[in-house]
Design a protein around this ligand. Structure first.
Ligand code: HEM
Length: 381
């Protein structure tokens, strides 16, 4: 990776004079944001797994920053929680000490969310005032900020579903909250890579097929992640704690009984877990096949970043599958389940980096056929 101001980047700034060190600074700042989004994703998982997500029964985007500071304030918040359906139906008799524990997880998750907002906004304003952000990049950065705000609203919309008479968070809203986090993560990562690696190799015709295979593997990973979020949302990991069969059956009893039938995909505990297993195994096989194909047929065409990252893919996916099975067999212990959630983001990251490094040639006028000399030079590089 590294900058070269004279090379064209995906912002079309050929010879624009955008200083490489400024581009690097912005790229690194966005990578830091990615790391923070990764962290809050895992923290969000821990908040869910420790049953802490419904401990704060209101949302005050600005005033909610100050935690309870006196015993009287704690008692007031605890009293509010004691009126909530979760306390009445599930946590009846919970002590103030236990309430404080679940409160701190939820409070921490919300605070880290706000801190990421500041970590984005303050450098953004700084770079903007110092005129270090090219015009083309501004809409992308604004879109990231808006998506971040939307994620906060989505989080509250999710929590609201659990404050109702039936104190269970909607699996649909949980999945939407998790998926939006991943959209933000991949978007920021992609732009950061664009900035840090503007000369990522263009895909030679021989690699185009491989680009699409990598893209296909990413689609499978995303599908497995979304189905995993439904497993988490339905708490389906606490049932059928055997592997590879489910309660002795390859296909569990009651796989398809809900009406209308599509609801089985999202609301039937047995099908949701079964589908996650099947998707996970397919994904694992696909990623390993992708690695073998890349290692056997294309290594000499890859740049160093692609080659190294690709070798991480089988390790990441095997670890992820192992974590998934262990989470299930051990009845969802928080550290393992949180690692499984984070592991999915690692797998996604590895494949997105590989894909980014094999950038497809631009379409349109920029994709004018290369002369024989240019083509030879490009293939040799
Ligand atoms: C190999 C690719 C896999 C990927 C990418 C993946 C991804 C995920 C994701 C993203 C979640 C949801 C986390 C959340 O939103 O809270 C999840 C949950 C879960 N996955 Fe997987 N998974 C994989 C493999 C497996 C396997 C092989 C199993 C077991 C057979 C498994 C069992 C589970 C269980 C039990 C949960 C729910 C855990 C909880 O309640 O926190 N996963 N998975």
């Amino acid at each position: 990776m590294g900058g070269n101001a004279s090379a064209a980047d995906s912002f079309g700034r050929e010879g624009s004079g955008w200083r490489p060190d400024h581009r690097r600074q912005i790229g690194i700042w966005l990578l830091v944001i990615c790391a923070a989004v990764f962290g809050i994703t895992v923290l969000g998982g821990v908040t869910r797994l420790t049953g802490s997500g419904l401990s704060m029964v209101d949302w005050q985007p600005l005033l909610g920053v100050v935690p309870p500071l006196s015993e009287a304030q704690w008692l007031r918040l605890f009293e509010m929680y004691r009126q909530s359906p979760e306390y009445i139906h599930i946590n009846t008799g919970m002590s103030l000490g236990d309430f404080k524990t679940i409160f701190w997880f939820e409070y921490g998750h919300r605070m880290v969310g706000r801190m990421i907002g500041l970590l984005f906004l303050l450098p953004f304003l700084y770079f903007l005032i110092r005129r270090r952000i090219p015009l083309q990049l501004i809409p992308k950065l604004l879109a990231m900020f808006v998506l971040g705000g939307l994620q906060g609203v989505m989080g509250w919309y999710m929590v609201m579903s659990g404050l109702a008479e039936d104190p269970f968070v909607s699996p649909y809203r949980l999945t939407a909250h998790f998926s939006l986090a991943m959209v933000i993560y991949v978007f920021v990562l992609w732009v950061a890579l664009d900035l840090l690696s503007p000369r990522a190799q263009e895909v030679s015709p021989a690699l185009t097929r491989y680009w699409w295979l990598t893209f296909g593997a990413i689609v499978l990973v995303v599908a497995t992640m979304v189905s995993g979020a439904f497993v988490a949302g339905l708490k389906a990991g606490y049932a059928y704690n055997t592997f590879p069969t489910m309660a002795g059956h390859w296909i569990p009893d009651g796989y398809w009984y809900l009406d209308p039938a599509w609801r089985n995909l999202f609301e039937n505990l047995a099908s949701v877990q079964f589908n996650h297993r099947v998707l996970a195994l397919l994904t694992t096989a696909a990623v390993i096949a992708l690695w073998i194909a890349g290692a056997l047929r294309h290594t000499e065409r890859f740049n160093n970043v692609t080659r190294t990252t690709l070798h991480l893919a089988p390790l990441a996916i095997l670890l992820q599958a192992t974590l998934g099975v262990a989470t299930l067999l051990l009845f969802v212990p928080t550290p393992l389940a949180a690692a499984h959630q984070g592991g999915a983001v690692v797998v996604l990251t590895v494949l997105v980096v590989v894909l980014h490094q094999m950038r497809l040639p631009a379409r349109g006028p920029a994709a004018a056929p290369l002369s024989a000399k240019e083509l030879a030079a490009r293939l040799a590089s």
